[in-house]
Design a protein around this ligand. Sequence first.
Ligand code: HEM
Length: 423
Amino acid sequence: MIKTFATTRHELGLLYRARPAMAGLLLLGTAAQSWSAKGSPVRKVPGIGWVTSDPVVARTVLRDHRSFTILGEGGVGDLWTQILGDWVPGVFDGPGHHALRSRSRELFTEAGSAALVADTWDPVLAGAGDTLRAGGRVDVARLARVLVGRMMVSLLGLPAPVGAGDAWPSDEDALDAFATGERLATVALGTAGSTRLSPGQIATARTIVEELTAGVPEGWRTAPPDRLLGRCRELGLGLQETTGLASLLMVAGTETSASAMMRTTALLVDTGEQHKLLARLSRADDDAAPGSLLPGEGDPVENAVREGLRVTSPASVIGRGVAQDVEVGGARLRAGERIMLLVWSANAAAGPFQADRPYVRETRQLWFGAGRHLCLGAALARAEIAALLRTLWGDGEPLRVVRRRAQRQVLIPAYSELVVTRA
Ligand code: HEM
């Protein structure tokens, strides 16, 4: 039974306040992991459709592009098609998607992401580090939103609005960009049972997309080729596709990253694992935990980042439509049905947060999905979380949480406030 609650009470509180019904489903999913030996790991839930929390089945579904689709009822592509238009299927699946992925890959390499994070965030992170060193308090929830908002503005190369001074974007501008993305994601809040949107929801979403992407036409014309909008232009993408891609990035890469950043911070403090991280960081040659780092994973911070992503799994569920009749995990699914992959449950079942937990083979990096739609921004997300953790713990001092508040009614669980200071 303990396994059902394989995370901290604060994490459970976040899940519950974000979406109570979904929290229930995710916890059931974790429990079902221990029962699945007794039956099929794929089950039908009234009002939801097929669900699974089995990591191997989830990956099978994500990699079977013939039988499952991101575009049909149940997939996020269905939402985007309704909001952005009928051109979406052409770039979200099939050859158009393949072409788009290969062209944008180089924008999100490990090295490129680290450089992007350093360029965009260093001054803000340095300020937060100074505050902590001086004995002050830092609201990591706000900081994460500011950082991620800045990243989006910089990544897209959005030009400053008319009248904005040299200081654009300010922290407030970054928070505004973040909040707009958050409002758009909130439109998807009621779609657990069906991805069909009402005319009202579509109208709201379109207004937000317009607001979010107001600077895209100018950026698409003038941004340098090393910025996403400039690159889209150079690659021959039209303004419509570029606008769609920009909105997709804004939504896919803002709340998810910010959620992982603040929640990993809280987990390190709440579980006491920060002491393990600090001890490992202080050992120059980290031979105390051989084998726990992935190849290419440079230090214990990257280990903690991976573990934070596993335990938080900010994209808690991934949906797919069933494109053709198929048998998976012993269940027979029919074309037109939907399946929900309880990614949080699959990942959480491996056990509680441990800063030095070795790579978990069953889940791999299911928090980023799998197959053709595997998160395009994975390297950037990891670099972002790592940069924050290095700022918070780089001086070798433990932290404590002074105050926190969970955010209510959001797609991605998050803190609205998480104030930390030196312990
Ligand atoms: C911790 C942070 C993040 C998490 C947990 C996450 C998770 C995911 C997951 C699970 C998917 C697959 C969805 C599906 O198959 O239906 C996905 C796709 C995607 N993500 Fe991320 N993401 C994160 C950060 C980012 C960032 C920072 C960016 C970009 C700046 C980004 C851009 C994308 C894009 C463009 C896709 C769609 C890829 C495609 O369909 O080919 N994500 N992400």
